[in-house]
Design a protein around this ligand. Structure first.
Ligand code: NAG
Ligand code: NAG
Ligand code: NAG
Ligand code: NAG
Ligand code: NAG
Length: 403
């Protein structure tokens, strides 16, 4: 049968499954407590009595506009897609019109958080797709049918390897271009640097995160120390590019990264010749977002405003936006994106998308969900010709030999 199902390790339309979130971590505890309660942001840990509902807030980024062509859009040429506009909050924050769009947006998000009540929080997520990996190059070379039914299931072809794929030179170049873009945005736009960083445990995401944030002038309070989170992986297929390295390997290769508690030494999620079904991926994506949104709440605390008469004076705009940067193996059907209620948006390798998220804690348990078993992958016992447009595969779990 034709193997036209989208490649599970594609390079084209994923959210970086390498998520990075940033927090303010050195604020004095007392100060944090006071300011956090003042701005009305609470930790909204989901329990059996409540759950979190995510929505994407539109009107701020071009990526959310129906008129934006997702296949030709460039975040680098458009200030990350931030729409040129005024906000109601400009009048008090920037009466003389001297602030950049990003500074005014940051203030706007701060005010949204301040006025939202205890159960609602806003966070800005930057989701980055990894740069091109060897698996992406191989899929282009062999064509998707031959890749999916045969080559994706082996570790490499004798010339190159793509299990837990590394970045190609092109992938490195893509990440460095984003690095240069962050540098110019920090300098010219005064974009609030991320406060928390998260990443998928796949090497291509770990490495993209490293290159993206190398050598930037980041605040010492919010250093680039990403947390590696298992569930920021994209859909886990039997493709060897989706099998992560061991915990020891990650620690040794990325010694500055934090690895979340409970992260197992070996990959417990990957299964040869089988793939995770979408419902499981949705459950995982929701769980990891719930984890981040209920624990990563310090960000708002270091925005300082003071009242003078009736007027709010923004005194130190240190960063009210709860910025989270995540490095993902983002795919077109990226489930983190769907949980956030964001419209479909393909990302080319290395691309980044900002999403302003509104998270509301709602009383009552979440709708029941039950995980399903993995399903078998349709495989070919011998490799179809390079560039084949179709392939004949079967659901037997015959093991292709590893050349
Ligand atoms: C989540 O919120 C949106 C609007 O903010 C609403 O339309 C939707 O029904 C909510 N979903 C749940 C499960 O409460
Ligand atoms: C988006 O741009 C591509 C490439 O220029 C074009 O083929 C496609 O038709 C455009 N899509 C829309 C909806 O305009
Ligand atoms: C947005 O504003 C900047 C200057 O602040 C300008 O350079 C840019 O062309 C504007 N973009 C659009 C799409 O209007
Ligand atoms: C292995 O795959 C790469 C593409 O990723 C290709 O350039 C190379 O020629 C292939 N090697 C063999 C032995 O076919
Ligand atoms: C990237 O990795 C290299 C090699 O381990 C390390 O020296 C460097 O500090 C890392 N950079 C970042 C920003 O993590």
């Amino acid at each position: 049968m034709a193997s036209s199902k989208a490649n599970n390790c594609p390079s084209i339309s994923l959210l970086f499954t390498c998520l990075i979130a940033m927090f303010l971590s050195t604020v004095v505890a007392l100060c944090t407590a006071i300011i956090v309660s003042w701005v009305g942001v609470v930790s909204s840990t989901p329990t059996h009595d409540s759950h979190i509902n995510y929505t994407t807030v539109t009107g701020y980024f071009l990526q959310d506009e129906a008129s934006t062509n997702t296949s030709t859009f460039s975040f680098i040429n458009t200030n990350f897609g931030l729409i040129n506009r005024t906000y109601a909050t400009d009048a008090t924050y920037d009466p003389s019109g001297k602030k950049t769009q990003w500074q005014r947006f940051e203030n706007q998000v701060f005010r949204l958080n301040r006025d939202s009540g205890r159960k609602v929080q806003y966070k800005l997520l930057f989701m980055g797709r990894h740069g091109e990996g060897y698996h992406n190059a191989a899929e282009s070379y062999y064509g998707t049918p031959a890749w999916n039914c045969y080559w994706s299931l082996v570790d490499g072809n004798g010339t190159v390897r793509w299990d837990d794929a590394r970045l190609t030179p092109q992938g490195v170049k893509q990440a460095l271009a984003v690095n240069a873009f962050w540098a110019s945005e920090l300098k010219d736009q005064r974009i609030p640097p991320p406060r928390s960083y998260y990443t998928s445990p796949l090497t291509r995401c770990l490495a993209t995160a490293n290159l993206t944030f190398s050598g930037l002038q980041l605040p010492s309070r919010h250093p680039f120390v990403p947390t590696v989170k298992e569930f920021f992986r994209e859909g886990i297929s039997g493709h060897t590019c989706d099998r992560r390295g061991t915990k020891s390997y990650i620690q040794q290769a990325f010694p500055k990264y934090k690895i979340e508690p409970g992260f197992t030494e070996t990959d417990q999620l990957w299964q040869a010749y089988h793939r995770e079904v979408q419902i499981d991926q949705d459950i995982r994506s929701k769980a990891v977002l719930d984890d981040v949104f209920s624990t990563d709440t310090r960000d708002v605390s270091f925005h300082h405003e003071s009242f003078r008469g009736n007027r709010i004076i923004a005194e130190r705009q240190v960063g009210p936006v709860s910025d989270i940067w995540t490095s993902l193996d983002y795919r077109t059907d990226c489930r983190v994106r769907t949980v956030l209620g964001h419209r479909p948006f393909s990302l080319s390798t290395g691309a980044v998308i900002p999403v302003l998220v509104r998270a509301e804690t709602i009383g009552g348990p979440s709708p029941p969900t039950a995980t399903q078993p993995y399903e078998a992958i349709c495989t070919c016992t011998s490799p179809p010709p390079v560039g084949a447009t179709t392939s004949t595969c079967t659901y037997a779990t015959a093991t292709p030999s590893n050349p």
